[in-house]
Ligand binder design. Sequence first.
Ligand code: PGA
Length: 242
Amino acid sequence: MRKVIIAGNWKMYKTRAEALEMLQKFLDQLDEIPEDREIVICAPFTALETLSKALHGTRVRLGAQNVHWDIEGAYTGEISGPMLAELGVRYVIVGHSERRQYFGESDSTVNRRLKAAQHHGLTPILCVGESKQQRDAGEAERLIIGQLEEDLADVDQTNLVIAYEPIWAIGTGETCESSEADRIIGLIRSQLTHPDVSILYGGSVKPGNVDEILAQPEIDGALVGGASLSPGDFLRIVDFKA
Ligand code: PGA
């Protein structure tokens, strides 16, 4: 069975105090949300310990935004799987387009990070997706299939989530047509060997478009950036009506 997952990606937003303030308002109103959906918050490293305590005993799962492939070593600025697992982290985003674009993340490092996450009991959320230029050149499908091939080499598909995030729709307010997102997610699914991998859509998901996006048959959930920062917006998103 494919799990329905709504994951917030807080990126480099929220101090610990701001994180707690958001969470208080969010958790207060979670009772009404149907139980069939997994809710995840992927917070900056500095807020993980605070959130881990605040989420204890709630239904919200904690996620991180990156993980290194080694358990320790001389890798300034990096965080390892055991460091995340110790804090109760369950999910970790790997290969987000902002990591690929601004920090030189390659398919081969994405592949190593995915395997390390799984090795330490975390569920990776692998992000793939094309740029505007690649889409306009008719290269979206080929690019995504290539990313999947390299990123998923020898990766265990029984503990994996994938997010299709067209780069041109991230933080721009420009959403991919839901039928087109559904088509690409169907294509991604056709490349996998395991039938139960949840595949999310990400890119300007908002309260106003989440119902239509999640009504699509291939789309199992959403990876939400900007709109996950506000308790009201994120509540409406996790309360989507499909
Ligand atoms: P956005 O970000 O919802 O702000 O477009 C999505 C993401 O980058 O995961």
